[in-house]
Design a protein. Structure first.
Length: 381
């Protein structure tokens, strides 16, 4: 718990508390218990980049559960909040006293919530000029702020390659749903093709499927028009937010796009255009580069990258034959955190594998001889 308390303090108690409140609001939770489901609770921790082991996760849920399905997130946050220092406690008491005086409360131990809410409008406002300017720019009315527009404006624009990946997905959804209007897709189609099981964070165990589905639906909620349509601009707006979560490298972002809607990419017609074939070839090169990079990150001691990757191939080559099947090859990639749609993985395997006479006769998959593959990989990358 102490380690978790340090992590939360570094990220900011208020930030995480606000994330919980947003999830609770999305679930229409108006109860005094201030609870969210177990899956939403884990989803908030993941979104805040708080990664717990399976044991720690179960322990926290057990400690703060309301019932078998829900967690009291307010009690969890209260227990993680550090005690106030003497100077900070003095400042809080001063504020409490000022609100009491302004509201003429007879009971010296309490203040009214209504007085607390309107206190920022008084001459003792604690909102500085910068905060007031932001609130003014994004306010809906005197009491509410459009936080989605605020977050959209903070998201950086998509690079050309990232925008092309988003446009490709938009086009594929259009083709599969037979939309007459070339400028929009249907929200129902977007949800139908979304596969939370292929979300990179789900496949890595950092997120559960339901939470991934809820995050996607919450992000698009309100974006579609009255006809349930989503324009390309609104579509790109969503992926600008996704892109900000993968700021440094293109591959993880493309993995997200192609993974979460993988059925659209896997089911591309065999008579695909030359551009689509080139796109697949480029994606295979990206997988190769990613594998090389991930391997270097896992080097132990004096081991070099070739031996690191070789050790993992030998782990799956139980009979020590020097080759692996397609399924074994995928396991090797996944052990390094390299994830991709099946069509691209099969193209990657086909590029390096060779058919044997017995495989040809029986119709089995080709085999990949991993020593020459490893040598060639690191000569290139």
């Amino acid at each position: 718990m102490n380690k978790l308390r340090v992590t939360v303090a570094r990220l900011g108690i208020t930030t995480i508390r606000n994330l919980f409140a947003l999830f609770a609001a999305a679930a229409n939770d108006t109860s005094e218990a201030q609870q969210i489901s177990n899956e939403e609770f884990v989803g908030v921790l993941m979104k805040a980049h708080i990664h717990l082991s399976t044991y720690d996760e179960a322990s926290v849920i057990k400690a703060y559960k309301v019932d078998d399905l829900n967690v009291n997130y307010m009690k969890f946050m209260d227990d993680l909040s550090p005690p106030l220092s003497e100077e900070r406690e003095k400042a809080v008491k001063e504020l409490f006293s000022l609100i009491q005086k302004r509201s003429n409360q007879e009971n010296a131990d309490v203040i009214l919530y209504t007085d607390l809410k309107c206190f920022d409008e008084s001459s003792h406002s604690f909102i500085n000029n910068d905060e007031a300017s932001v609130i003014k720019a994004y306010k809906v009315d005197d009491l509410n702020v459009n936080y989605m527009k605020f977050m959209d404006d903070l998201s950086p624009p998509l690079s050309e390659k990232r925008e092309n990946a988003v446009k490709e997905l938009f086009s594929l959804i259009q083709k599969r749903s037979n939309q007459e209007n070339a400028d929009v897709i249907l929200y129902t189609d977007l949800k139908a093709f979304f596969d939370p099981a292929q979300h990179p964070d789900v496949k890595m165990g950092r997120l559960v499927k339901n939470a991934a589905q809820q995050q996607m639906e919450a992000a698009f909620a309100g974006i579609q028009n009255a006809k349930d349509e989503i324009s390309l601009d609104k579509f790109k707006q969503y992926f600008r937010g996704v892109s900000s979560g993968y700021p440094f490298r293109l591959e993880p972002f493309v993995q997200f796009v192609r993974g979460c809607w993988c059925s659209l990419f896997v089911n591309l017609n065999d008579d695909s255009t030359e551009n689509e074939k080139n796109s697949q070839q480029q994606f295979v090169l990206q997988i190769e580069a990613m594998l090389a990079e991930k391997t270097r990150q896992k080097i132990k001691g004096t081991e070099n990258e070739c031996n690191t990757l070789l050790r993992q191939f030998k782990h799956y080559d139980l009979e020590k034959l020097g080759f692996v099947t397609y399924d074994q090859f995928v396991h090797v990639l996944e052990s390094f955190g390299v994830l991709a749609p099946e069509k691209e993985l099969r193209a990657f395997f086909a590029k390096w594998s060779k058919p044997q006479q017995q495989q040809k006769a029986s119709g089995q998959d080709n085999l990949l001889w991993y020593r020459p593959f490893i040598q060639s990989l690191f000569e290139t990358y």
